[in-house]
Design a protein. Structure first.
Length: 280
């Protein structure tokens, strides 16, 4: 297992696949393959990406991490925030000697990616925000019916509700699992609570205009867990951002519709105009 240590002494486990060696000022590995950072959803570890990360390897090495509180990372019982998670990503990039990388964040990972791109612009080459929200008073919250479904106490009911928010019934019929997007089952209760608070308190509205990286916003048109109405809010707020809705997709569009989403993201990453790294 490989780790980076954050300035506050927390060990963050990370996983680099699809390339060999460390990075450098170009954000490439030793074989010249650009690095793509993949950021998972709330209370999930790097396995969130297991089903699709190989889709990017023809053009990118992929870097994932276990957020503090998940996977093989330390799990301190202290407050978490999306800004803090973004600083943890920087610690991993520093450990690998990667000055700048492309970043693809989905769900809460998209919130972390917003913080990363706005507060550390010189570290982000291109940005993809999937099924995410600006948070705060400007974000569109899920409906009360969704909240009630996820709060069911009958055994298995809340899990089934989450599955149906993630995937379409047709896909679930042919993909019985295991599903790696339903949360890290080994998280301690305190870490799960800190993740929930971090995501709920995210508010990047005032930061979004500071994002200078070329940005693609992707969302499933039928996403009720993180309503699709958030996608145009992000795209309109981030200078020059592009927007793409995937018809019929729910929250886990990146997995169920990976045959469409993967090439869409790769095409954007390989054609987005790049300027010199910004120094702040």
């Amino acid at each position: 297992m490989t780790y980076a240590t954050t300035p506050d002494g927390v060990r963050i486990a990370y996983q680099l696949q699809g390339g060999q060696g460390q990075g450098g000022q170009s954000g490439q590995d030793s074989e010249g393959t650009p690095t793509l950072v993949l950021l998972a959803g709330q209370a999930n570890n790097h396995h969130w990406w297991d089903a699709v990360r190989a889709d990017f390897h023809p053009a990118r090495s992929t870097l994932t991490l276990d957020y503090r509180g998940t996977g093989d990372s330390d799990k301190p019982d202290t407050p978490y925030s999306t800004e803090l998670f973004a600083r943890d990503v920087v610690a991993v990039l520093d450990e690998l000697g990667i000055d700048r990388a492309d970043v693809y964040g989905t769900s809460m990972g998209g919130r972390v990616a917003q913080q990363l791109a706005a507060r550390h612009p010189h570290r982000v080459g291109a940005l993809v925000l999937g099924c995410t929200s600006p948070g705060g008073p400007h974000g569109v919250e899920r409906g009360n019916d969704v909240r009630r479904a996820l709060a069911q106490t009958r055994p298995g009911a809340a899990r089934q509700a989450l599955l149906e928010l993630m995937y379409t019934p047709r896909w679930l019929d042919s993909h019985p699992g295991p599903h790696h997007t339903l949360g890290d089952p080994d998280m301690p209760a305190h870490a799960r609570h800190h993740h929930l608070v971090a995501s709920n308190r995210h508010d990047a509205w005032d930061l979004l205009p500071r994002i200078a990286a070329p940005t693609l916003v992707v969302h499933g048109s039928d996403d009720l867990l993180n309503p699709a109405a958030n996608a145009p809010l992000l795209a309109d707020r981030i200078p020059g951002a592009r927007l793409h809705l995937i018809p019929g997709a729910r929250h886990a569009y990146f997995e169920e519709f990976h045959a469409q989403a993967g090439p869409l993201v790769l095409d954007f990453l390989t054609t987005a105009p790049r300027g010199p790294a910004q120094l702040v």
